[in-house]
Design a protein around this ligand. Sequence first.
Ligand code: ADP
Length: 264
Amino acid sequence: FQERVENTNTHDEISELSQIFNKMMSEIEMSFRQQQQFVEDASHELRTPIQVLEGHLALLNRWGKKDPSILEESLQVSLKELDRVKRLVDELLVLSRADREMTNYENSRVNIKSSADKIIRDFTFLHKGYVFQLKNEIEQNADAFILKRHLEQVLVILLDNAVKYSEPYTSIEVWLSEHAEHLVLEVRDEGIGIPEEDLKKVFDRFYRVDKARSREKGGYGLGLAIASKLIHNYGGTIQAIKNKPAGTIIRVSLKKANGNDEGV
Ligand code: ADP
């Protein structure tokens, strides 16, 4: 009888271990598949500007030496495409760094009001047609748990999108509010908005609601994926919500910072 009980225990343990093992293997497989998909998407995105460059260099080589109009046009297009490739490589590097750097942030903290103030000032200077406003509902000077450069990177991505997907002379607002354990930052615009069925998908890598429109604006569908990765690294959350009557709200929730160390 004793032996049977022991055997049963061993049997249970083995079955439990095998379940854990199977679960781990399917997670590894899934992550591998996601990596594969990512490399495929990145190569696909790189291929388009490389093909355009190839075509224009061939044109230059054949006709450009004699025809100044071809020379001028091909050079301009090539420089523009090169700039796009450079931006894609930069974004891929940021994403890969955010994937890797997951620890050592224990003492990160930032005053979100000063960062929001600074970035809004930069945007007001750069995008003269838009009305940027800060709506601060945080009474105390509460700090958020995130590195300053990461918060500012996220803010730039969100404000860049607000500009890209709305018309000049509309208002773009940054709202800050305080809750028991969290600080919430929202970027609200009155632009074209995101369809209901895409509100969750826009955080996926390379996802764009309208590829043609997004490409024309220079986007690869990586901005929100980078923002989401950075925010999740600090245990925060990010979501897209419909604004009323039109437009988008991107809501970021960050933990309040503890301790006294300054972030960088
Ligand atoms: P992109 O570089 O293409 O803008 P993002 O990852 O930043 O990539 O955004 C993904 C997609 O989500 C965009 O292509 C766009 O379709 C949509 N999107 C993001 N922000 C907004 C916004 N504020 N208003 C409308 N659509 C948006």
